[in-house]
Design a protein around this ligand. Structure first.
Ligand code: GCB
Length: 876
């Protein structure tokens, strides 16, 4: 059986953890448990926490704008036995966001800046042996102009959110002092189908006051664990010095090449022994033979063959956990991504847990890895130094993962500049120069440090990258393109790509981000840009895929984003969350995930009915409903309530079928070969509401989409103009903050989770009628004052910037509300009576008689009325 690298590490920890019997050898303990934590600067009110930990997993999602960005204090006592006083002790922090000061027994040990790379501190001189030792860590996640990232669309969760390790090593060991690398670097001077060569550079430290004669044994084994090559070196390391060794292996003939389809890994084993042959230190790493090149006309080549890369971006946070996500859950992400059929991951916008890169090696996923220099740069020496230091840590810590084929360092670095209304022309010109300068330094540094990787940079849709020539620096350019969302239309993608290719024929390009927001609770038969429907998400992704596949010169595409992720300032239909995921924040797939799987994963059979069986379906005056089915088969049969109603043929993974649902529970079954999927869905179907079976109806006023409200288990249907025996408005227009936006207002609505109802509304509606039968009803009306008080909240709606500046922040409205002539609120003035963006509900019980139906009347007193939704529930 092939040695599993993760298993190897665990074995090492256990073997050495037992009573520290192997005193001379390296030991590693994970010290995550039993930390004391407080946000109190008086260092009181401690609570016991386990790492991974963040203090923002709740406050970044509540109704209060903002989240705590400041200092958190951690402390822990660790016992160090007297017998360990001959070892060198390091603390390794794998991820602390973002500025950390570490103290041992009251002594300052060191500071680390940057929340996404690991750091090691040698703490030996501060330890008391045979005694408890106090470890204290002060962590600061405040905005810091000298630490990237500065300004971003993701939450900067504070805390010690990755493992903390205590590493004790003999006096001679593989260095732990080289930017927290593993102390060795694997290079492949030559790789081809015929032969491959490996070269390993090892950095050894001798902390002893005398010189040491050691032996280094390095071997390579195949994936059956059979050793195929071994090199041994005798070395003398002088007292208190470090030594660098380069070991060149002879060629391996006819190597097994690595690719996503065939992720063949060899294993490298490094053993350091003393002169008696006792093991001092051991390290291992998978190695793989593959080569990647890009060509401006023909795209990417993997092992000499054209290879289109299709995959996703990934952020590391997770619903309920913030950034402190158990590793097992994170690893599930990588499996989900692989199972979707993706062959590439961009770990955006920062280095993520190393264990995930290891999984990419094993499962076969190409990786783009980058540091978080996002949206803007500060022109200070500190910022430049921190950036270069961060890139050095990144390159050194992630160097040995064979899956990593691209190293990046900047994302949309001129975004702020383009939308900056306060700086002068000269200041902006200066910003272009110093930003270019930093990019150039990082590019040169990356090429020098990682000569066998592609350098990459992601740009946003703007000519400034071409004008400044920053787009000519890296070997591969990733364009973050949101045509059909923030700007333009979906087909603009192809036009843009062709234009860039023609104007810059020597550049290799890919699409590093694309995708619209989508909410599984929002649906429409007439999907539109910016409506958060799953239907629009599918249309956009499918078209982008087709446009990329049609162009050989495009290297590939990585969807934004694999999963919904936390972005505190956002106020979309799920507030504080960027909803562009292919899966939800809890990783439940959206429909589009299955569509990708149908197209990309040809190995596992797939059949998926794009219909959420948990949501009651309302068909108002609608005979049939078109349903999408995804499959990697060619044909399928569709049954409704046991009867065959259609046979469909799939094209690009998709078939649609018109289903004549009945007013009841419906069983929809699709079969293809050995596969079958059934969905049972409750349907309320009516072309006349005045029927005895009317029970309840929610209406999403001012909106073309329906919204499923979990709280009430009701689907609020889309709005319409009034027609007899049904429902609708007689006047008013949908309120949209920008002209091509269908979301209404992009804000968290306080006091509710029904953003899908509140955010969209009619403005200027005076009469709304619902022709329900006579009886007693509970009527709930939903309102919110849409007046925008702050522009800051929607800075990421790039297209909206200019329009927003014309918005009148003082606008107010006052109106009277009556139900069938009875006034229930005579002076509704939300701007002056409730907090900003507060969801107001008015609830009344009414008796409707004489076939009059329900009539909601809104009489303006000042300004125009607004009306977001109504829920009508029959009482008798
Ligand atoms: C981008 C950014 C990314 C954002 C994304 C969005 O271009 O690179 O950080 O989250 O757009 O959703 O707006």
């Amino acid at each position: 059986m092939k040695p599993h690298p993760a298993r190897y590490i665990i074995n090492l920890v256990i073997a050495c953890g037992v009573a520290f019997s192997c005193q001379l050898s390296a030991q590693k303990n994970i010290i995550n448990s039993g930390w004391q934590f407080t946000l109190d600067s008086t260092k009181t009110n401690w609570q016991t926490v386990t790492i991974p930990h963040t203090w923002n997993q709740d406050d970044a999602f509540d109704d209060e704008p903002g989240y705590f960005r400041g200092v958190g204090f951690y402390q822990k006592q660790v016992y160090v036995g007297a017998e360990r006083n001959d070892l060198i002790h390091y603390l390794r922090f794998k991820g602390v966001n973002q500025d950390a000061n570490v103290y041992v027994n009251g002594h300052f040990v060191g500071n680390h800046k940057g929340g996404y790379t690991a750091f090691n501190f040698n703490i030996t001189e501060f330890l008391k042996f045979g005694s408890y030792n106090l470890i204290e860590v002060e962590v600061d996640n405040s905005y810091n102009a000298n630490i990237p990232p500065l300004d971003i669309d993701f939450t900067i969760y504070g805390g010690i959110y990755r493992d903390v390790e205590w590493i004790a090593v003999p006096k001679q060991h593989l260095t732990l002092n080289d930017f927290a690398s593993e102390g060795f670097y694997v290079d492949y001077p030559h790789v081809s189908k015929e032969k491959a060569s490996v070269e390993v550079s090892v950095l050894l430290d001798n902390f002893d006051v005398t010189s040491a004669s050691n032996q280094l044994e390095i071997s390579i084994s195949d994936d059956d664990g059979k050793i195929i090559q071994t090199e041994t070196e005798n070395i003398k390391i002088n007292a208190k010095t470090s030594e660098k060794l380069k070991i060149q292996f002879p060629d391996i003939h006819n190597p097994n090449l690595w690719s996503p389809e065939h992720p063949y890994l060899y294993q490298l084993q490094i053993v350091l022994k003393d002169k008696n042959g006792t093991i001092l230190d051991e390290k291992s790493s998978p190695i793989a033979f593959r080569w990647v090149t890009v060509d401006p006309n023909d795209g990417l080549f993997l092992n000499g063959e054209p290879y289109k890369i299709i995959g996703v971006n990934r952020h590391q946070d997770y619903e309920g956990y913030g950034s402190a996500v158990p590793l097992q859950l994170q690893e599930k992400d990588i499996h989900l991504i692989k199972n979707m059929g993706a062959n590439v991951i961009r770990f955006a916008h920062y280095p993520q847990a190393q264990e995930l890169y290891r999984l990419c090696d094993e499962l076969g996923l190409l990786v783009w890895s980058e540091i978080p220099i996002v949206n803007k740069v500060t022109n200070t020496r500190e910022f430049f130094e921190t950036s270069l230091n961060m890139q050095e840590e990144h390159l050194k810590q992630y160097y040995n993962f064979p899956s990593v084929v691209m190293f990046g360092y900047m994302n949309e670095i001129f975004l702020r500049l383009v939308f900056d209304n306060t700086s002068t022309h000269q200041e902006k010109e200066d910003a272009k120069i110093y930003t270019y300068e930093l990019a150039k330094q990082l590019e040169e540094f990356t090429r020098k440090m990682a000569p066998n990787r592609l350098t990459v940079m992601a740009l946003h849709f703007n000519e400034v990258y071409n004008d400044t020539k920053i787009a000519d620096l890296s070997m591969l350019i990733g364009w973050n393109l949101y045509f059909g969302w923030y700007n333009g239309t979906i087909p603009d993608l192809g036009l843009f790509l062709d234009d860039q290719h023609q104007r810059f024929p020597n550049r290799s390009i890919m699409i590093s981000e694309y995708g619209p927001g989508a909410d599984v609770n929002i649906s429409s038969t007439t999907p539109k840009k910016y409506d958060y429907t799953q239907e629009y998400q599918l249309i956009l992704h499918k078209s982008y895929y087709e446009q990329v596949m049609a162009r050989d010169f495009v290297v590939g595409m990585t969807a934004w984003n694999f999963a919904d992720f936390g972005s505190e300032f956002r106020g979309e239909t799920i507030p504080h969350v960027n909803q562009k995921g292919l899966v939800q924040y809890n990783r439940e797939p959206k429909d589009v995930y299955y569509w990708y799987k149908a197209v990309l994963n040809t190995k596992e059979p797939l059949l998926h009915i794009a219909l959420n069986a948990e949501h009651p379906l309302n068909l108002i005056n609608e005979d049939k409903r078109t349903v999408s089915i995804f499959s990697n088969e060619t044909k399928a049969e569709v049954f409704l309530n046991g009867e065959l109603i259609d046979t469909v043929t799939f094209s690009d993974g998709l078939a649609t079928v018109d289903i004549p649902f009945i007013n009841d529970e419906n069983e929809l079954t699709v079969t293809s070969g050995s596969q079958e999927e059934t969905k049972t869905v409750q349907v309320f179907k009516s072309d006349n509401l005045k029927t005895a079976h009317f029970k309840r109806l929610g209406i999403n006023i001012g909106s073309h989409f329906s919204f499923y409200d979990k709280e009430n288990n009701v689907t609020f249907v889309s709005d319409r103009t009034y027609s007899e025996n049904l429902y609708g408005h007689s006047d008013g227009t949908p309120y949209n903050i920008t002209k091509d936006k269908n979301q209404g207002i992009p804000n968290n609505i306080k006091n509710t989770e029904k953003e899908g109802v509140f955010q969209t509304m009619l403005e200027g509606c005076t009469t709304y009628k619902v022709d329900v039968p006579n009886g007693q009803y509970q009527i709930t009306l939903y309102f919110v004052e849409p007046q925008i008080k702050s522009n800051i909240e929607i800075v990421f709606n790039l297209a909206a910037e200019n329009e927003l500046s014309h918005h009148n922040p003082k606008k107010q409205r006052v109106f009277e509300v009556s139900l069938n002539g009875i006034v229930i609120e005579n002076h509704l003035d939300m701007a002056n009576t409730v907090p900003d963006k507060y969801g107001v509900t008015l609830i009344s019980v009414v008796n409707l008689r004489n076939d009059e139906g329900l009539s909601v009347n809104l009489k303006p007193i000042e300004g125009k009325t607004v009306f977001s939704g109504v829920l009508i529930e029959k009482k008798d």
